[in-house]
Every structure is written in C-alpha cells, then in structure tokens.
Design a protein around this ligand. Structure first.
Ligand SMILES: C[C@H](N)C(=O)N[C@@H](CCCCN)C(=O)O
Length: 458
C-alpha cells in the first residue's frame, strides 16, 4: 500500500490541477444555471405575469428536496457508499434534467392559465425543475469538495478550494451579467438564457465523465479498487458527535446567516438596480455581475492569506461586518446613484470572498476528517433551509405585501414598482446576526483552541 501511495496519481501536479479544473468547470456550469433567472425577473413579471411572491417561491424551490427530503444528507451517504464517480455523474444528470424541465415550463403554452394552490401551474413546474436541479448542484458541490480534499491532501488544499469556489463564481457572474443580454438578443426570450444553461450543463456532464477516468486511475494507483473504506462510511452517531460541538453550531448558523445576506440578494439585485438605481432593464444585471467577479481573485487571495497567516475567525467577522455596511447603504433611500450601487457591490465582493475563503477550510480544524462529509452535509442543509429557501421566499412575499409603490411601464410591458427599503433592512439585520455569531465563534475558538487564527500546518 505504501508503495502504491508513493506512486499515486495525486503526486503529479499536472493531474491534481487538471482534476481541479475539470470539477470546477462542472461547478461553473451549475452556478450559471443557479442564478440565470435573476436578471429575468422583470421579463417573468411582464411576459408570464409572475408576481414577486411567485418568483420567490420559484427561487426557494432550489432547496425543497435538499431540505425537506434531506437530499444533502442522503447525497453525502451516497457519496460515501457509491464513491465520487457514480454520485457525481448522477448529480450532473439531475442538473441537466431539472434545468430542461425549467426551460420547458417557461417556454410551453400547455400550462397557460393553470393554477394549483393559488400559484400558477407554470410556476410550480418551473420550481419543480429548479428543485431537481438544486439537488444536483448541491450534491456536485459536496462531491467536488471531497474530490479536491482527496487530490490535494498534503498539498495546496485551501488554495485549491478557493480556486474551485472562485471558478464557480464565474458561472454566477455570467448568469447575472449575460442573462438579460442573451434574452434581449433573442427578442426578449426568457427561454434562451435557460437553454444556454442546458447546453452548458451537458458540457459539464461530459467534463465530469472525463474526470471519472482520472478518478479511476487515481484509485488504481492507490490500490483502491474496492471503493470507499469502512472508516469513511456514514454513521448515524457521527451526527450526534458533531452536534455536541458548540463551535460547529456557531459556524453553521454564521454560514446560514451570511449566505442569507448574499445568495437571496443576488436573486433580487438586478431588480433592485432597476427599481432603486434607475438602471435600464437590459443592463440590470451588469452591476450585480461585478459581485462574483470581484469575489473571484479575492477568494483566491484570502484563501492563500488564511493558509499563510491564519486569522480565519477574524476574516469571517470582517466579512460579516462588510455585509452589514453594504446592505445598510443599499437600504438608505437617498443613496440612489448607480455609482453608490457599483462601489457597494465591490465591497460586497470583498465580504463574499472573506467569509467563504475562511469558513470552508476552517471546518477540518475542529471536525475530525472521518466526520467531515457529515459535517459539510449538515452545514449545507442548514444553509439551504435559511439562505436558499426561507429568505428568498420571505423577500418576495415582503415585496408583494409591503413594498409595491406603483406601476412601472417599459417597452416589454407593465410590472409593479417596488421600494426595496424593507428587504434591504432585512438583509442588514441578517448581517448583524452573522457578526454576532462570528464573534461567538472567535471567542469559542479562543476558549477551545480550534486554531482558527493560526496559519495552516505543513
Ligand atoms: C450553495 C452551496 N451550498 C455553497 O455553500 N456553496 C459555497 C461553496 C461551498 C464549497 C465548499 N468547498 C459558495 O460559496 O458558493
């Protein structure tokens, strides 16, 4: 075995970086689809007469199966039992299938006029497609994390994770920035940017199948033909062990709160730009698309910084403080110049880099490797519940209930005019709570010596 390990494909730098590039590409395609609907919100309202609550309902569907059916936990078990190849391919297929269903729902006329429990049938079907896609992308996320942890064990693991998250953000950026222009190019077609997503996801699936050949070769060179070891298998008692760690609760709640201030914001940001900052509809996504773009190099930089200098808990507190400041600026009514929006978005990019680049590599510092998959599954589950389900829906509901201030008339039709003050105040409060849990984590780290403020060893 020792001899096999010394010949492991992991020791080839080229193989490590190629495997990282391939799984990161599959993630990029998934992140494009995850956010491609956000610049289309005005078109969905004008052409398909969706309300903001229906848009929020659709957006929140991403987490339906992940949360209610515990698909993230099940996905983690599958990953341990079936391995990264089969799990990853199944997850990529789910992404393609879900996105195709979503595309069909917004382009067909078969569903016109139908209602189900007070919501348009079309919204339900599009939401179902998004929910299936959500299972796929989240399981791909957990699988990619495990894949990177395996290839980069003993090497540049934090940098690799930062590169993976940063690359995925390119997908977010393409979605938010190009979704509107693609729709415009095809005569305000809502389906066109989503169809681009189906094509991208198909390439992502092919890329993952290519990765599988490398994964198989890695197994061969490490003499692991029988699949995952007993030690890695999921045990129910692991959950109880993890939940006993107070620091785990703090980081999980911080994660859910912080991402609640970012992911749902991205879904509504293009509309905010139109409604508050007077940006033209076809350019609505241009400023929000800077958020992930700014985050890309910064995520790499702060990942590298954490490896070299430490200060992980401090970075998380700083990122949460920035989140509060930015959302507060967005909430102030008279700060309505597009320049303010641009500067605030760049600072949000700093926050979006600071917290993820410190948070994800921090977990292995106080959770044993054997329980890491379960721990990430639990964190993802909590994050899905709040940041990807409850908060997006809450914001849509608040917009419809309390924020309609008139009617907007544009070339494409009429839609409600919104005052985004209250939603931005909600995002600000979420940020304040994230700061509180960041400080609690920092204190717990000091008390228990997790080592979150220390540089990486080795
Ligand atoms: C949306 C997903 N659940 C998530 O949390 N994504 C993170 C990256 C997690 C990767 C950990 N290696 C993100 O910041 O996008």
């Amino acid at each position: 075995m020792t001899e096999a390990l010394s010949k492991s494909l992991r020791h080839s730098a080229a193989a490590r970086w190629i495997s990282l590039a391939i799984v990161s590409f599959s993630m990029l395609c998934g992140y494009y689809v995850a956010d491609v609907a956000s610049p289309l919100k005005p078109l969905l309202e004008q052409q398909l007469k969706w309300t903001s609550a229906e848009y929020g309902f659709f957006t929140g569907a991403y987490a339906w199966f992940n949360v209610a059916m515990f698909m993230l936990i099940i996905g983690g078990i599958l990953l341990d039992k079936l391995g990264a190849r089969l799990t990853g391919i199944l997850a990529c297929i789910l992404m393609v299938a879900g996105c195709t269903l979503k595309w069909w729902a917004v382009t067909t006329h078969v569903l016109d006029g139908g209602m189900f429990f007070g919501t348009k049938t079309q919204v339900w079907v599009a939401a179902l497609g998004y929910a299936v896609f959500g299972v796929g992308i989240e399981i791909v996320g957990v699988t990619a994390t495990k894949v990177i942890a395996r290839w980069f064990k003993g090497y540049e693991i934090a940098l690799a994770m930062g590169l993976q998250v940063g690359t995925a953000r390119i997908g977010t950026s393409l979605a938010v920035g190009l979704g509107g222009p693609i729709a415009e190019k095809f005569h305000q077609s809502i389906g066109a940017p989503i169809l681009v997503g189906v094509v991208l996801l198909s390439f992502g699936l092919v890329a993952y199948i290519i990765y599988c050949a490398m994964d198989r070769r890695l197994d061969e060179t490490e003499g692991l033909m029988e699949g995952p070891s007993e030690e890695d298998a999921f045990r129910l008692s692991d959950i109880a062990d993890i939940l006993r760690i107070r620091g785990f609760w703090y980081v999980t709640i911080l994660c859910a709160l912080f991402y609640s201030g970012v992911f749902p914001f991205i879904k509504y940001a293009p509309d905010l730009m139109v409604q508050k900052f007077g940006v033209r509809e076809n350019l609505a996504g241009s400023i929000p698309s800077i958020l992930p773009i700014a985050a890309i190099p910064l995520t790499w930089f702060f990942g590298w910084y954490y490896d070299k200098k430490g200060k992980g808990a401090t970075l998380m507190v700083l990122g949460s403080l920035l989140l509060v400041a930015v959302h507060f600026v967005f909430a102030v009514p008279f700060l309505n110049s597009w320049v303010v929006a641009l500067v605030a978005t760049i600072f949000l990019g700093f926050a979006f880099a600071l917290v993820p680049s410190a948070m994800w590599p921090s977990i292995p510092r106080f959770i044993p490797h054997r329980q890491l998959g379960t721990a990430y599954g639990l964190i993802f589950w909590t994050q899905n519940l709040l940041a990807l389900w409850v908060v997006p829906y809450l914001i849509g509901w608040v917009l419809d209930k309390y924020c309609i201030v008139g009617t907007r008339v544009s070339q494409a039709g009429t839609s409600p005019a919104y005052n985004y003050g209250l939603p931005m105040a909600i995002f600000t409060v979420l940020g304040v709570l994230a700061v509180v849990f960041g400080l609690l984590l920092k204190a717990e780290d000091k008390a228990k010596g997790f080592g979150l403020e220390l540089p990486s060893r080795g």
